[in-house]
Design a protein. Structure first.
Length: 336
């Protein structure tokens, strides 16, 4: 056993180096990833890493498809995670994976493996209308008892056919669960055709604003919920537009103030707001002057910071020379 320990340590170090290279999108990781998938040597680690190499999808997709086809969906905990395989195929973005994902969706429904069905539906949704062949499997799941599965099915139906009249009516029941971020985000993706849920989105946002205010007034040890503000405010803007600006802007900036990890998502919405984001310029300029931006959560600091900078520069270029458009600046003032 002692003699093999150094070899195990060396192999582990090699695997970690390969995963790190893959995370950077470096194609030097590809040969080792292919070897892992072909020989089944810690293939699970390779499956979790390959999504960072979409430029190598032609080599990686067939191997993942083969593994997905071999999954025994009658087992609650199969040897290979179908969720990880589906996620990796979605990240690679090769439409050649669609038939295998459709068949996986059929199998999960046949065996009532709802925990697995959800990530497979999300993977299918990532292919948009190219995965329309899955609609006959996906559509019945919009009536599932499980709210997470029902939400994933509604999101997939939207992405697969882009017909708001078939999805917007599903939203109201999904939004009964105020922390259902996937449903809130779906309303935003549908946009103005989902206007019927605007009152519910406002209610979700207002309830969270009031709860956060109570936390601060009572000097509570409970942290303010910033993510509900970000998701609800972003969906309000994408669905209701300029009419919601006076509510959306302070909510976004308060979320950013309370939790810097929301910065990238906040600024993405501010970028979509166009001139309505003008009162936030001072906050954006101050953030761009800092050495670290956009949060460091989950090890995504560099990628998030680059995305953050792109959105900030777009906002500054668009709005620096414009006069204030009349949007209330009270939220911006208190968050500077």
């Amino acid at each position: 056993m002692r003699g093999r320990s150094p070899r195990r340590a060396l192999r582990r170090a090699h695997q970690q180096a390969v995963v790190a290279l893959a995370g950077l999108g470096d194609e030097r990781a590809l040969p080792s990833l292919l070897t892992a998938l072909d020989t089944d040597t810690d293939a699970w680690r390779a499956v979790n890493a390959v999504g960072h190499l979409p430029q190598s999808a032609t080599e990686l997709t067939p191997r993942l498809v083969h593994r997905l086809a071999d999954v025994d969906h009658s087992r609650e905990w199969p040897d290979v995670s179908p969720a990880a395989l589906a996620s990796a195929l979605a990240k690679l973005g090769d439409p050649a994976a669609v038939p295998a994902l459709v068949e996986a969706a059929r199998a999960t429904v046949r065996h009532k493996q709802w925990r697995t069905a959800e990530p497979v539906l999300k993977a299918l949704a990532s292919f948009g209308t190219r995965a329309a062949s899955a609609l006959d499997v996906v559509r019945p799941l919009t009536d599932a008892d499980n709210v997470s599965l029902r939400t994933a099915a509604a999101g997939a139906v939207w992405e697969l056919e882009r017909r708001p009249e078939n999805v917007a009516p599903l939203l109201e029941r999904l939004l009964d669960h105020h922390r259902n971020f996937d449903a809130i985000d779906l309303a935003g993706r549908i946009g103005p055709p989902a206007a019927a849920v605007l009152p519910r989105l406002r209610q979700i946002l207002n309830e969270q604003v009031e709860q956060n205010a109570r936390n601060e007034q009572n000097d509570s040890a409970v942290l303010n919920d910033s993510w509900t503000l970000v998701h609800a405010a972003s969906a309000l803007w994408d669905t209701g537009g300029d009419d919601e600006a006076d509510v959306v802007l302070p909510a976004l900036l308060n979320a950013w103030r309370d939790n810097d990890s929301t910065a990238c998502d906040v600024v993405a919405c501010l970028n979509r707001m166009g001139p309505a984001a003008h009162p936030a310029l001072h906050r954006i300029e101050a953030a761009m002057a800092q050495p670290q931006r956009g949060g460091e959560s989950w090890g995504r600091g560099v990628a998030r910071d680059l995305e953050f900078q792109r959105n900030c520069r777009a906002i500054l270029t668009r709005l620096r020379d414009l006069p204030d458009q009349g949007v209330s600046s009270s939220g911006a003032e208190e968050c500077r």
